[in-house]
Design a binder for this molecule. Structure first.
Ligand code: LLP
Length: 433
């Protein structure tokens, strides 16, 4: 399909029908129903590898919040990425996937005592401490278990990456981390050193998500290294680990032009080495933690079109059999995901359409300003691109709509990795009077 937002193996056959992983999407719809997440295994593995190769000598942690389901974590683990989790549930899933706890990084701005205790019990590799309260909580947990826990301090570096307000985290006014400019990071490191069961071994600084361009990442690395050098000079403290967070942007439509991983890696590593040289620091053990860029492009969502409503002089609404319960991103962030007919190419005279879901809410958009062949018809299949990140993981049962299934496709093989929810699942937690 050319350079665009579609999975690497996506192609159209001679009749114009779309295939992924050597399987026709029409066949997947027939066998597995719609809506359906279709994951291109080759694409997912390739993105893991590109990160490892683009960042030589750097550990790559997959931010599992993007899509935390057992099979995805198994693949990412097989590709030798670390895994970042932000809740007891994500940790539980990673452990169920057979991930070595030492390869887990545990984030979160309000982890519970129970979550911290399990992390210490199983031996999670690094816990990222986000607040003064958490220093105290974790100290107690570690003391009760009589262990010393290696931690990173999450600092808020004061970098304003220009992205959607809800996905910015590095600027000063953030719920995450110890704000550098207010002196909280210094206070945190001093406090941590008074906790005998905690050992600060590094810092973590994440600046936001869906960021295009390398400058904000370079600035983040420089700010973090300056801090390490200052702590060395002022506190005689040598921290050898630096996690630079995730947030690399991906292509959702043909108009997006994200930075290639290799260029991003080069820019960051060059900046790190120059800064280390200037500051007289050894290059710390570096970690980056992309989520979206690993899993986002691998997946498309397949829907069936159920109604086409023409409002002359206004617009044409095309409704599909899912929507905001399986992809909240357009409603929440005005996100644009490219769309295409999947069962056939359609006529080559595109017309503007608003593609909407089946939920009882006008904001239930799939693509507000989309374009489809003018002969689009009820029964056509619609593919929506780049839905691997933050769609299943943010899915709901709004309007009591069962969540879709997910299939993994590769070289003509199809494996179900999430079974479709059924009506009984919807009742499973209800307790009738
Ligand atoms: N590390 C930390 C500490 C994070 O908070 C995040 C994302 C990541 C890594 C991974 O960022 P990524 O590489 O995936 O951009 N639901 C929103 C995105 C929220 C991102 C939250 N944190 C969306 O659908 O766009």
């Amino acid at each position: 399909m050319g350079p665009g937002p579609w999975p690497l193996t996506a192609e159209r056959d001679d009749a114009g029908a779309l295939h992924v992983g050597g399987v026709a999407l029409t066949e997947l719809a027939r066998e597995h129903g719609t809506p359906l997440w279709v994951v291109d295994e080759a694409d997912l593995r390739e993105r893991c590898r590109r990160y490892r190769e683009g960042f030589p000598g750097v550990e790559v942690a997959y931010a599992s919040k993007a899509w935390c389901t057992t099979a995805i974590l198994q693949i990412v683990d097989e590709e030798r990425l670390l895994i970042d989790v932000v809740s007891g549930g994500e940790m539980h899933t990673a452990l169920a996937a057979g991930v070595d706890p030492a390869n887990l990084v545990f984030h979160g701005n309000n982890k519970s005592v129970a979550e911290l205790d399990r992390a210490v019990e199983v031996g999670v590799g690094r816990i990222v401490v986000d607040s003064f309260e958490e220093l105290d909580r974790l100290e107690k947990v570690a003391a009760d278990r009589d262990v010393v826990v290696p931690i990173w301090l999450r600092i808020t570096p004061g970098i304003d990456a220009h992205t959607h307000d809800y996905v910015r985290t590095g600027h000063d006014d953030s719920k995450f981390g110890f704000t550098l400019s207010l002196g909280l990071a210094d206070q945190a490191v001093r406090a941590a050193r008074e906790h005998p069961h905690l050992e600060v071994v590094g810092i973590h600084a994440h600046i936001g998500s869906q960021i295009f361009g390398t400058d904000p990442f370079v600035a983040n690395a420089e700010v973090a290294l300056d801090l390490l050098a200052r702590w060395r000079d002022e506190f005689g403290l040598t921290l050898r680990e630096l996690n630079l967070g995730g947030g690399m942007g991906i292509r959702y439509t043909h108009e997006d032009h994200p930075v290639e991983v290799a260029r991003y890696g080069e820019a960051v590593l060059r900046a790190v080495d120059e800064r280390c040289e200037r500051l007289g620091l050894d290059r710390p053990r570096l970690v980056v933690e992309p989520g979206r860029a690993i899993v986002g492009p691998s997946t498309l969502t397949l829907y069936e079109i159920g109604t086409v409503k023409v409002l002359p002089g206004l617009r044409t609404y095309v409704s599909v059999d899912g929507g905001m319960s399986d992809n909240i991103r357009p409603a929440l962030y005005d996100a644009e995901h490219e769309v295409a007919l999947a069962n056939r190419a359609g006529s080559d005279d595109p017309m503007p359409v608003s593609i909407v879901g089946k939920h009882c809410e006008s904001g239930d958009l799939v693509r507000e300003h989309g374009s489809l062949p003018s002969d689009v018809a009820v029964g056509d299949l619609l593919a929506v691109a780049a839905t691997g990140a933050y769609t299943e993981s943010m899915a709901s049962n709004y309007n009591r709509i069962p969540r879709p299934a997910a299939v993994l496709v590769s070289d003509g093989d199809v494996r179900t990795i999430i079974r479709r929810e059924n009506l009984d699942d919807l009742l499973a937690r209800d307790v009738p009077l």
